[in-house]
Design a protein around this ligand. Structure first.
Ligand SMILES: Cc1ncc(COP(=O)(O)O)c(C=O)c1O
Length: 436
C-alpha cells in the first residue's frame, strides 16, 4: 500500500478555481480531481491511479468509459443530439420497451423518461396524486429521494436538506424505516421489525395523523441508500403491499440507487417478493449519462395529454447509453454481481471481526453498508473513525464514499472482478488499521 502525495499540484489548482465559481452547496469530502477512467480504475489530473468502490455514487454500473457505451454514444452523436420529447425517435421507444420488459410488475407498464433521479421521483409523486385524486404521502426517516421540492420533502435523511427551504410540499408524513440494526419501535411477540413498522403506520399514522383514504402513495427505497444501505426485514414489504391494497394506496419503489442490477436482480424490490405500482430509476441506468425513468403500471400511468412533460426526456444520447448499459448488465454483470457479491460481503464480514469499530456489515450484491460504532454493544455511531478511514483510503488510492452518520457504502461498478475486489479490500483493510 503506497501513500500518494495528495492533492497533487494540478488537483490543488483546479480545486482552487472550483471554489471561486462552483456553488458551495456541493458536499465534497476529499479532493479527488478526475482526469479519466477505465473499468474499475480512475486517474486524477496528476497521474495518480485509484480503484473505485463507489462508482460515482452508484452510477458507473458498467465501469468507467466502457468502450461499447462510448461507441453507442459516438454513433448516436453523429446522427442527432436532440429533438425533444414532443416528437418520436427509435431509441426512446426501444429503451421504454426494454424497461417495461424488465419492470417488476406483471401488468404492462409505461415509462416517463427524466433527466435525473429527483425528476423521476417528482414524476411519481405527481402521477400518484393525479391517479388517486388524493394529496398525502407516507415516506420514511432516513430516506433520500432528491433535492427538488417534492422529492426533498420526502427525503428525511438529514434535516440539513430541509433547512432554509420551508415551506416544503404539503401532505407528507414520515414513518421510521425498519432498520434492523437500530430498531426504535416496540416489537410485539412473533412480529418481525418490518411488520412492526407497518403496524405503526396503520395504528398510529392513519389513526392519529392522516386517514388512509387520503393517502395517495407510500414512497420507499427497497434498500435505503443515503440512509445507510439498510435492508428492511423480510416481513416489511409483504405487509406494506397489503396495507396499500387494503386502502387504495399506490406503492412507489424508489430504485434510483438500489435498482439496475445493483443487488444482482434488476430491482431491489424483487428480493422481497412484492410488486410495486410505480418505480423510479436513474443513476446506474445509463453508465453516467443523465437519465432517469418513472415506470408505472399501465392502469396507473393514465394521465391526459400535456399533464406532464419535459424538454430533454428521452434524449437520444441518454437513451442509447441506457440501452447499451442494460444490454451489458443483462449479458455480463448481473451474473458478475451474483457471483462476487456474496464473496465481497463475506470478506467484509471477516474484516469486521478483527476491527473494534465495525458494528455491522449488511448488503445484497454490490450494495453493501459497513457501519462504524465506538462500541459494538452500545452501537454509538463513530463518524470520526469512518471519516478517517475514507481519507486514508483516498491517500492510498481507493475511492470510498460515506453515507448516514457513520457508514461507508460499498458500491463498486457492477463490472468489478474478484481480483479487483481483492485489490480494493487490501487498501480498505490497510486503511482501517492505519485509522485505529
Ligand atoms: C434513492 C434515491 N432517490 C433519488 C435520488 C436523487 O437522484 P438525483 O441525484 O439524480 O436527482 C437519489 C440520489 O442519490 C437516490 O439515492
Amino acid at each position: 500500500m503506497k501513500k500518494l502525495n495528495l492533492p497533487g499540484p494540478k488537483a490543488k489548482a483546479l480545486v482552487e478555481r472550483d471554489q471561486k465559481v462552483i456553488s458551495n452547496s456541493y458536499p465534497r469530502d476529499y479532493p479527488f480531481v478526475m482526469d479519466h477512467g477505465k473499468g474499475s480504475y480512475l486517474w486524477d489530473v496528476d497521474g495518480n491511479k485509484f480503484i473505485d468502490l463507489m462508482s460515482g455514487i452508484a452510477v458507473n454500473s458498467t465501469g468507467h468509459a466502457h468502450p461499447e457505451v462510448v461507441k453507442a454514444i459516438q454513433d448516436q452523436a453523429e446522427k442527432f443530439l436532440h429533438i425533444s420529447s414532443d416528437f418520436y425517435h427509435d431509441s426512446m421507444v426501444t429503451l421504454a420497451e426494454k424497461l417495461t420488459s424488465i419492470a417488476p410488475m406483471r401488468e404492462n407498464s409505461r415509462v416517463f423518461l427524466t433527466n435525473s433521479g429527483t425528476e423521476a421521483v417528482e414524476t411519481a409523486l405527481k402521477l400518484a396524486r393525479y391517479k388517486t385524486g388524493r394529496t398525502n404521502f407516507i415516506g420514511f426517516t432516513g430516506a433520500f429521494h432528491g433535492r427538488t421540492m417534492g422529492a426533498v420533502t420526502m427525503t428525511a435523511s438529514k434535516s440539513l436538506y430541509h433547512s432554509g427551504f420551508y415551506p416544503l410540499m404539503n401532505g407528507v408524513v414520515h414513518a421510521p424505516f425498519p432498520n434492523p440494526y437500530r430498531p426504535i419501535l416496540h416489537i410485539e411477540d412473533e412480529e418481525d421489525y418490518g411488520e412492526t413498522v407497518v403496524r405503526y403506520i396503520k395504528e398510529q399514522i392513519f389513526h392519529q395523523i392522516v386517514p388512509a383514504k387520503e393517502v395517495a402513495g407510500i414512497l420507499v427505497e427497497p434498500i435505503q441508500g443515503e440512509g445507510g444501505y439498510i435492508i428492511p426485514p423480510k416481513g416489511f414489504f409483504q405487509k406494506l403491499r397489503e396495507l396499500c391494497d387494503e386502502n387504495g394506496i399506490l406503492l412507489i419503489a424508489d430504485e434510483v440507487q438500489s435498482g439496475m442490477g445493483r443487488t444482482g436482480k434488476w430491482w431491489a424490490i424483487e428480493n422481497f417478493g412484492v410488486e410495486p405500482d410505480i418505480i423510479t430509476s436513474a443513476k446506474g441506468i445509463a453508465s453516467g449519462i443523465p437519465l432517469g425513468a418513472c415506470i408505472a403500471r399501465d392502469s396507473v400511468m393514465d394521465w391526459g395529454k400535456g399533464s406532464h412533460g419535459n424538454t430533454y426526456g428521452g434524449n437520444p444520447i441518454s437513451c442509447v447509453a441506457g440501452l447499451k448499459t442494460i444490454e451489458l448488465i443483462e449479458k455480463h454483470y448481473l451474473e458478475n454481481v451474483n457471483q462476487n457479491g456474496p464473496y465481497l460481503i463475506d470478506r467484509l464480514t471477516e474484516i469486521a471481526l478483527n476491527n473494534p469499530y465495525i458494528g455491522d456489515v449488511r448488503g445484497i450484491g454490490y450494495m453493501i453498508g459497513v457501519e462504524f460504532v465506538t462500541d459494538k454493544n452500545r452501537k454509538t455511531p463513530n463518524p470520526t473513525y469512518r471519516d478517517k478511514v475514507v481519507n486514508i483510503a483516498f491517500e492510498h488510492g481507493l475511492l470510498l464514499l460515506g453515507c448516514a452518520k457513520s457508514v461507508i457504502r460499498i458500491a463498486p461498478p457492477l463490472s468489478m472482478s474478484r481480483a479487483e475486489i481483492d485489490e480494493s479490500l487490501e487498501i480498505f483493510e490497510g486503511s482501517l488499521k492505519l485509522a485505529l
